[in-house]
Design a protein around this ligand. Sequence first.
Ligand SMILES: Cc1cc2nc3c(=O)[nH]c(=O)nc-3n(C[C@H](O)[C@H](O)[C@H](O)COP(=O)(O)OP(=O)(O)OC[C@H]3O[C@@H](n4cnc5c(N)ncnc54)[C@H](O)[C@@H]3O)c2cc1C
Length: 437
Amino acid sequence: MRAADPTTGGAAAGSVARSADADVIVVGAGPAGSTAAAYLARAGLDVLLLDKSTFPRAKVCGDGLTPRAVKQLIDLGIDMSEAAGWRHNKGLRAVAGGVSMDLPWPMLASFPDFGAVRPRQDFDELLVRHAEKQGARLREATTVTAAIEENGVVVGVEGHEGPDRRPFTRRAPLTLSCDGVSARVALSLGMVKDDRRPLGVAVRRYYTSPRTDDDFLETHLEVWDRRDPKAPKLLPGYGWIFGMGDGTSNVGLGILATGRTNGTGDYRGLLTHWLAAQPEEWGFREENAVGTIGGAGLPMGFNRTPHARPGMLLVGDAGGMVNPLNGEGIAYAMESASIAAQCAIQGLARSGASREAALAAYPRRMSEALGHYYRLGNAAARLIGNPAVMRVATRHGLPRPTVMRFLLKLLANLYDPKEGELSDRVLTALTRLTPAV
Ligand SMILES: Cc1cc2nc3c(=O)[nH]c(=O)nc-3n(C[C@H](O)[C@H](O)[C@H](O)COP(=O)(O)OP(=O)(O)OC[C@H]3O[C@@H](n4cnc5c(N)ncnc54)[C@H](O)[C@@H]3O)c2cc1C
């Protein structure tokens, strides 16, 4: 708790432990870190939120939010109206094999019926300021290089801060690793990613485009690499065109780094080549480009576990939370942050074995929430990695609206587990029958 009596040590409910700098250290102020920090600070805990950047800062992303992400933002108390700067969208447009189909977001009890876009530069700043308003103490230009571990328990972090890279250490009874795909904190503890789980690579660029006001998120499910005209390859992934409403479109490719592409390909070259094949009038040409091509990995399907160890929880990309079926990461970063915060609030109000039990519930709750679906997604990702399967799926699935509406619910993880229609009940049964990751 803020203003706690420092002499009470870690034993009293919610107090800052003796010699601790905060109740919780949150490393990384992306969607995962800012969401967790906001919930924790709102509950009265003293939260130190550390980020290597200074805000506002750019982040390479597609900037697309499905209703799943919008739900998280509403839960957090963010005003999601268009008047507040959000550009709403109505659904997903699936394009493949010469067919294009507009699929409105499903009408569900569990999720809103609209998605949104917002540049990450703006989005991440909005979330970090929200966390500050709830009471989190943000420290920018603060790079964490490692966790500090004593007797098998994480008791804080170390790194360097400011332009002169002054070394620092900070201690707290709990650290949340929300440091994204680089997962520096987890790596310092030897927690490497599981290479059997799928990993994606995504690249994107902004272009001034007449498609800027499109109110559907457009995904191209058939991406061919035709750089060698004699040997065109159907790639395991998709392209996107998201209208930003500010005169630009965010366009990019997300590719599964399978054995064939294994994450080492020339993805920037691939994007340029793919865009050159798009209609001239859309404007995706060098003279209309805004900024450079940026890219990063998409850590999917719980590719770094366990999600908890004594004194530390892994949240968002650091825990490989990206959906293996569609490459979406913001909703899941926020969802895992919300669950981590609930466990932390309970844990830090208790002591001893009771505290440990509350914190240890986090990986179990993540597994219950997403483990079954991600196991299904990891298996599907292996199938999608097979070009023959991809070809059959796009040729035969796409022209059928019922199949596509079902696929949208499956790929975007948007269905009502309890009160839904038949397709929701089929999806619920399918995920429940799949053992959790
Ligand atoms: C090209 C591309 C397109 C994408 N498109 C979409 C999309 O349209 N929709 C979607 O939902 N998802 C998309 N994603 C995925 C999404 O960007 C991530 O899943 C999401 O940002 C994860 O949030 P996070 O908070 O876990 O990590 P991040 O957003 O990566 O935040 C991590 C934070 O930690 C800080 N940090 C890192 N290391 C340290 C350190 N050592 N010390 C201190 N601070 C540190 C960083 O500065 C950063 O602020 C895309 C990803 C890529 C690469």
